[in-house]
Design a protein around this ligand. Structure first.
Ligand code: FMN
Length: 157
């Protein structure tokens, strides 16, 4: 299977869009991630998969905690900013957020967030798979989620 065929297949799979954030050495980090899924209820585990070539990869492998912000249908601009697609924009200067009691950035107007403690990390080829133990979280807005499908943003009815 070549990479192009796999990407073509994955384009047909609609995915929610999250921004995974952390704080390390008094700097904030955030990256747009659609590779997010729940893994276990006992203990409560989720996973995110982060590209080894992403500049924020090192921060996420060093941090002990991270947050998953589930984006709303009207936050495609936020997704683009945290994917590094908007040139000349400092991620946390253009997006409103609050710091949780654990110091993790929670993005305003998201559908909700999870706060996680890093549980295990696994090699995932050109990505690192980070399993997080969910230590808190909430649904904070009654809004439809942002969906990424066929290389563009959409939502659900
Ligand atoms: C909708 C969407 C979903 C994405 N999903 C992922 C993902 O699951 N994992 C990942 O490593 N990068 C993903 N990316 C790409 C990263 O967001 C992008 O490489 C970003 O520049 C990394 O941030 P950084 O430059 O600060 O490290 C996605 C981008 C978009 C637009």
């Amino acid at each position: 299977m070549n990479a192009e065929k796999l990407k073509l297949f994955m384009r047909n799979y609609p995915q929610g869009v999250t921004v995974v954030t952390t704080s390390l050495d008094s700097r904030l980090w955030g990256i747009t991630v659609s590779a997010f899924t729940s893994v276990s209820l006992e203990p409560p585990l989720i996973l995110v998969s982060i590209s080894k070539t992403a500049p924020s990869h090192e921060a996420f492998t060093k941090a002990k905690f991270f947050a998953v912000n589930l984006l709303s249908h009207d936050q495609s601009q936020v997704s683009d900013i945290f994917a590094g697609l908007v040139e000349g924009v400092e991620k946390f200067e253009k997006v409103d957020y609050k710091l949780s009691s654990n110091g993790l950035p929670l993005i305003d107007n998201s559908v909700g967030f999870l706060e996680c403690r890093v549980w295990r990390m696994y090699d995932g080829g050109d990505h690192t798979i980070i399993l997080g133990e969910v230590i808190g979280g909430d649904v904070t807005r009654d809004a439809k989620p942002l969906v990424y499908y066929n290389r563009s943003y959409t939502s659900i009815k």
